[in-house]
Write a protein that binds this ligand. Structure first.
Ligand code: LMR
Length: 404
């Protein structure tokens, strides 16, 4: 059987990790995968996480199975972090999942069970894993217009025109904040309007929020989601602790259902448990135990929030430095969008040929499509990066050569 199987094309984000590692140049810059790095270029274990782990070493008494829903303390804490203060809290139910990708898949499986004819609408562009996850669950996928590639801002008029056409067989997949890959977020007015349209036309909103706290802060980043949660009868949410707790490899996330009432949300979660039992069975425990320990302890909670704020500050400082440096190097304002974007990413729109040249000539690693991870940059690399991008970007001959 295996002789019929061709090795698939490497994942465009994950393959950059090993390419970068194998590059011997000391001047190389990794702007690929979405991980936060500190000023020394390291992805540190957050202090709050390390301290929670120490506590767990002494308090954890067993490694026996936890059960299909995972850690209920974690589920409640994460639901509160996202939906606290909304009326939706009283009609929501949460399942611990292996990361947000696990949550996306659980929710997709639930959709395929409950609404097999559903079409999931994803933004153009969207997170690279949205389409395959939905399609592998058997769902149809279509794209709605999102980014204006000239202004690098959301084209809300075009988007809302499309959203207004959606009906009961449609699911609208939105990015809660810090849009991946573009960094361009929806305005609160757009969130409000989407809530009204969902109520009027019956489509199901589905919010993927993997970067809460890395845009404008924990509450501000959940504002749009909270508006929607208060407005609509039903909502699906996938979330991740990879970025805001730095727990990437611990695969810690959650799938949240907001239903017409609590009973319906709980039934949906029970169905997701059954579906999960047929694949990975139960979520891993360690990451969720860390998060629930932090969120239950006032001191650790404050420490974590302060650490998250300082990560945010560093990213926003890098964004300002990029804008200043691009203005000087390009003698214009066409890269000012770096200052308007939120979170780790900005989509530059650089062509594949230009990305290849940046890698070959300058050792700068950028994901295909032109997404850069600002959080991967050191302050003293800003000028090198800017000079390289401007040099390559003005050279139209690069793209022409490829198109011949
Ligand atoms: C990313 O977008 O770089 C991250 O979310 C990593 C991943 O799983 O794709």
């Amino acid at each position: 059987m295996f002789e019929q199987i061709q090795a698939p094309k490497a994942d465009p984000i994950l393959s950059l990790i090993s390419e970068y590692k194998n590059d011997p140049r000391t001047t190389k810059i990794d702007l690929g995968i979405g991980v936060y790095r500190n000023a020394d270029g390291i992805t540190p274990i957050m202090q709050a996480v390390a301290r929670a782990e120490q506590q767990l070493m002494t308090t954890e008494t067993t490694k026996a199975y936890q059960g299909l829903i995972g850690d209920e303390r974690f589920n409640t804490a994460i639901q509160t972090l996202l939906l606290g203060g909304t009326s939706a809290m009283a009609r929501a139910s949460t399942l611990q999942t292996p990361g947000a990708s696990g949550a996306l898949r659980n929710l997709a499986d639930l959709l395929a069970f409950a609404r097999p004819k559903a079409t999931v609408w994803i933004s153009n562009p969207s997170y690279i894993n949205h389409r395959p996850i939905m399609q592998r669950a058997g769902l149809a996928v279509q794209e709605y217009p999102y980014l204006n590639m000239v202004t690098k801002a959301v084209d809300e008029t075009a988007m809302l025109d499309q959203v207004a056409q959606l009906g009961p067989d449609d699911v609208l997949l939105l990015h809660g904040c810090c849009h991946n890959p573009s960094g361009a977020d929806l305005s609160l007015d757009a969130w409000q309007r989407i809530g009204e349209l969902a109520q009027q036309n019956g489509f199901l909103p589905f919010v993927d929020i993997a970067y809460q706290g890395l845009g404008d802060g924990l509450d501000a980043d959940a504002h749009g989601l909270r508006l929607l949660a208060d407005a609509v009868p039903e909502l699906m949410i996938s979330t991740s602790c990879s970025k805001n707790f730095g727990l990437y490899r611990e695969r810690t996330g959650a799938a949240i259902l907001v239903g017409n009432d609590l009973g319906q949300a709980q039934n949906g979660r029970a169905k997701m448990c059954e579906l999960a039992r047929g694949s990975y069975s139960m979520p891993p425990s360690h990451g969720a135990a860390i998060v629930s320990t932090i969120l239950a302890d006032d001191e650790l909670n404050s420490l974590w929030r302060a650490e998250l704020d300082s990560m945010n500050l560093r990213i926003n400082g890098l964004r300002s430095a990029l804008v200043d440096s691009f203005r000087t190097a390009s003698q214009g304002e066409s890269y000012d969008y770096f200052g308007r974007h939120k979170g780790m990413f900005s989509l530059t729109g650089l062509s594949d040929a230009k990305i290849a040249r940046l890698k070959a000539e300058y050792g700068i690693y950028i994901v295909g499509g032109g997404r850069v991870n600002i959080a991967g940059l050191k302050l003293n690399q800003v000028e090198t990066l800017v000079a390289a991008v401007v040099a390559v970007d003005v050279d139209v001959a690069v793209d022409v050569a490829v198109n011949v």
